[in-house]
Design a protein around this ligand. Sequence first.
Ligand SMILES: Nc1ncnc2c1ncn2[C@@H]1O[C@H](COP(=O)(O)OP(=O)(O)O)[C@@H](O)[C@H]1O
Ligand SMILES: O=C(O)C1=C[C@@H](OP(=O)(O)O)[C@@H](O)[C@H](O)C1
Ligand SMILES: [Mg+2]
Length: 169
Amino acid sequence: MLTAILIGFMGAGKTTVGQALAETLDIPFYDTDVLIQQQTQQTPGAIFAQAGEMAFRLQEHAVLEQALAEPQGILATGGGIVEQPENLKLLKATQVPVIYLDAHFGTVAERLMGDVTRPILAEKSFRDVVELYQARLAKYQEVASLVQPVDNRTPKAIVTAIQQELTHV
Ligand SMILES: Nc1ncnc2c1ncn2[C@@H]1O[C@H](COP(=O)(O)OP(=O)(O)O)[C@@H](O)[C@H]1O
Ligand SMILES: O=C(O)C1=C[C@@H](OP(=O)(O)O)[C@@H](O)[C@H](O)C1
Ligand SMILES: [Mg+2]
């Protein structure tokens, strides 16, 4: 079984913290975006541009199911994992701790400013991104079994806090 699944908005640090946590625990690291890229030979940006968001979401659902079947590891998801009701069902049903990396909007906005690798940002106005953040917040909270605040904390400090939380699960 996986040790933890990280969820949260773009820029919360799921990929960064997930990788560091997997290294610390010496177990495999999986990231839905990387799995999609490996299986399609296309970046998320290219899939969004050529086939559209729904094609990306279908791939994302498929790799989530695959990753949930892995015998061990840490899984970082994409921020939009909560967009598909089927994914919400999977995340609620799993015995794997689902950790919400909780970042204030200001934190992610600062980190994502000027980012060209996230297609969702390219398509949306600032106002739309604020609305998306607000709409997704409830969904992250709905499926999370643990919440980890990440504002003004280093990835290392967050990894340590998650390790402590996991020992109490
Ligand atoms: N705790 C942190 N403190 C400072 N910068 C961070 C932290 N976590 C992530 N970052 C930076 O924020 C950006 C987004 O991180 P990333 O791990 O890609 O987030 P996500 O996978 O949630 O979209 C990267 O440039 C990363 O280096
Ligand atoms: O929030 C989203 O809809 C997305 C988040 C991205 O992952 P990160 O949350 O790791 O940036 C990536 O899956 C894709 O660009 C779509
Ligand atoms: Mg990521």
